[in-house]
Design a protein around this ligand. Structure first.
Ligand code: CU
Length: 154
């Protein structure tokens, strides 16, 4: 599975090599504005589990689903790859800057595809967003549906 993903990523790397090379040489706009990274139009990001509306117990295991792109650690520049971010009990953040890093915005810069989160009893929302090596959402942004879960008392 991992090998297939890497092969896919490398194939894309060759296809978009010119854009990649420009990025490598630091061709930043004079304004200093962030240039979001392009991504395949057919990529999809989704939460495999838990399911929307599910009642669960804490810690909650969350599994991240991604198709049409690959996962790479933060800081690693491989086109058509990014790393996962889990948004907990918060709306989508601004798309034109690096994602916040706090209790509501967890980064998985090691390339993880699942996590376990401690949540207090009650209703919570979960949403995934993929971002590039610099934690900036893609262009167009790639995020999952927001799901609602209920954490029951132990
Ligand atoms: Cu990040």
């Amino acid at each position: 599975m991992r090998r297939v993903r890497l092969a896919f990523a490398l194939a894309i790397a060759i296809a978009v090599a010119p854009a990649f090379a420009a990025d490598e040489h630091g061709a930043a706009p004079a304004s200093g504005a962030i240039q979001p990274t392009a991504r395949p139009a057919d990529a999809k990001l989704y939460i495999i589990s838990p399911k929307n509306g599910e009642t669960v117990t804490s810690p909650v295991k969350v599994r991240f689903g991604l198709s049409g792109m690959g996962v790479a650690p933060a800081g690693v520049a491989i086109p058509s790859t990014g790393h996962h971010h889990l948004i907990i009990d918060a709306p989508l953040p601004p798309m034109d800057q690096p994602l916040p890093k706090d209790d509501h915005h967890l980064h998985f810069g090691g390339g993880q595809t699942e996590t376990s989160v401690e949540l207090p009893p009650g209703d919570h929302t979960l949403q995934l967003i993929l971002a590039d090596k610099d934690h900036v959402p893609f262009d167009p942004p790639l995020y999952s549906d927001q799901i609602k879960i209920h954490v029951k008392k132990k």
